[in-house]
Write a protein of this length. Sequence first.
Length: 135
Amino acid sequence: MPTVSTSRLVRATPAVIERALTPAALVEYEGTFTVHEVSETDAGWLVVAGRRGLELALAVEARENGLAYEQRGDGPLETLETLVTYAPENEGTRVRLRSTVSTGLPLSALTDRVAAWKRRGELRRALDRLAADVE
């Protein structure tokens, strides 16, 4: 399973980043899915999102200085796990996103590589949108 990551220095304090990184906002920042519902669970939140007849559920947990989520049940991928962390750096906050993906399809060496390429784009888009919201 390929893992992709990206990071960006955002000109905002960690407290501002923490307020902006709600489970729903994180999914929306990625730009692929629209959030339909967010419900609280004992472990965090369950975010239901989708687009054009496709729906997925993401179990989101708060972590120290970040969030983690993974796809639950049926979805477009066999595995989708993402970790978001942030820490103060210089006069802003370094935000890092790391995601592991697997399609579960034949020729996984190729299909997983394509999924990872697409996922990297989603992570970069999320950082750009987060920065636009808070800077």
